[in-house]
Design a protein around this ligand. Structure first.
Ligand code: AMP
Ligand code: MG
Length: 359
């Protein structure tokens, strides 16, 4: 009898330990900082504060590795920098498996969008230099010197830069690539999505993390679940009033959402806005009648890359063609056009809740 009692007590103790472990609420860890020239926000649900901090530090090194080793066009240490530096030399550059896959997937969006998304636009992107000039204009809007720096590229300069654009003029053969003289790769339209794909894989390998939402610029990833079982809610910015959201997407874990908008980075010259999403055929800021495009990918290993590439492609194509393109990739799309009207795929309707309304 004594033996049975002992055994029973032993089992009871083990069950109590297990149950306490099960019911312990995860801690919420939040942090915002800058990397890759953008703000990285993270909310992580983990078993302990230490575990969350540890994962957060891993996320930081994952992002800086990607930037330094693979994606940056500015840093001499990156593959993209080396590929660009060899343009016109006739020398093929061997790519890492990661970059070879990124370019292979990106090429699919280039082809399906008929070149609206083109990751060889470096020459034109550098010519406009909207990213750094937008920062300059916002920080020192009024100075004379500043406005003179806001001179727009001439048509002749744009025509010259466009000669070096077109992914189909590059030579990509498995893991080897060579570019014709003058061509420069620019992964600005997919970089944040690529980062989120790597961060997603990293989160999957963490036993102590139950849920997370990570945003990098205009791209956001959801992972796992929240302790209360509610959805991850991602706001969609109102392009007409960027302090407001037009609505939210209520999402499960495992989604990637990217938005491209004309309000994100732009300069204003004589009252006209010149934004950072360029039409590869005109070499000028795209003017397809949309103010923003949000793409949602609900699964797949490259969901971040595809949502990011497609948001840029769809912005250039406009609502009508963009909706068709999104569907080719099983992605959901939401467009806000220049009249403020919303257009979306049927699948997006189940996730989207308009602000101040039922659905
Ligand atoms: P996103 O905000 O994701 O739409 O990406 C915009 C960034 O991608 C720009 O800052 C450029 O670096 C680059 N870019 C601009 N236009 C294009 C385009 N049509 N195709 C590919 N990349 C582009
Ligand atoms: Mg993009």
């Amino acid at each position: 009898m004594k033996k049975y009692l002992q055994k029973f007590t032993y089992i009871l103790v083990i069950m109590c330990v297990i149950c306490t472990g099960c019911t312990r609420k995860p801690v919420i860890y939040q942090k915002a900082d800058t990397a890759m020239g953008t703000i990285i926000n993270r909310t992580i649900y983990a078993s302990t504060e230490e575990a969350a901090q540890e994962v957060s530090a891993k996320i930081d090194s994952c992002i800086s590795d990607l930037e330094q080793k693979h994606l940056s066009w500015r840093l001499e240490t990156s593959e993209i920098y080396r590929i660009n530096a060899e343009a016109g030399s006739g020398q093929s550059v061997e790519m890492s498996p990661l970059l070879a896959d990124v370019l292979e997937q990106s090429k699919k969006v280039y082809a399906a969008s008929n070149g609206a998304f083109d990751f060889s636009m470096g020459s034109v992107v550098r010519l406009w230099d909207i990213d750094s000039r937008a920062v300059m204009q916002q920080t020192d809007f009024t100075s004379e010197e500043n406005s003179s720096k806001m001179q727009l590229p001439t048509d002749a300069q744009i025509a010259e830069a466009l000669k070096y654009v077109g992914v189909d003029k590059s030579n990509i053969d498995g893991s080897f690539i060579s570019l014709p003289g003058g061509m420069q790769l620019d992964l600005g339209a997919v970089g944040k999505g690529i980062v989120l794909d790597e961060v997603y894989a990293l989160l999957q390998a963490q036993e102590n993390v139950t849920g997370a939402v990570i945003s990098a610029g205009g791209s956001i990833l959801t992972y796992g679940t929240k302790p209360d079982g509610t959805t991850w809610n991602v706001g969609i910015v109102d392009p007409f009033d960027t302090s407001e959201n037009i609505g939210i997407l209520a999402l499960p874990g495992g989604c990637s959402v990217s938005t491209s908008g004309d309000y994100e980075r732009f300069i204003e010259v004589e009252g006209i806005r010149y934004h950072h999403i360029l039409n590869p055929f005109t070499g000028k800021p795209s003017d397809s009648g949309v103010r923003s495009v949000t793409i949602l990918c609900t699964g797949g290993v490259n969901k971040g890359l595809f949502s990011d590439a497609l948001s840029t492609a769809c912005f250039v194509l406009g609502a009508e063609e963009g909706l068709v393109l999104a569907e080719c990739f099983d992605a959901e799309a939401l467009f806000v056009d220049s009249r403020g009207e919303i257009h979306m795929t049927d699948g997006m309707k189940q996730f989207f809740y308009l602000s101040n309304s039922g659905k």
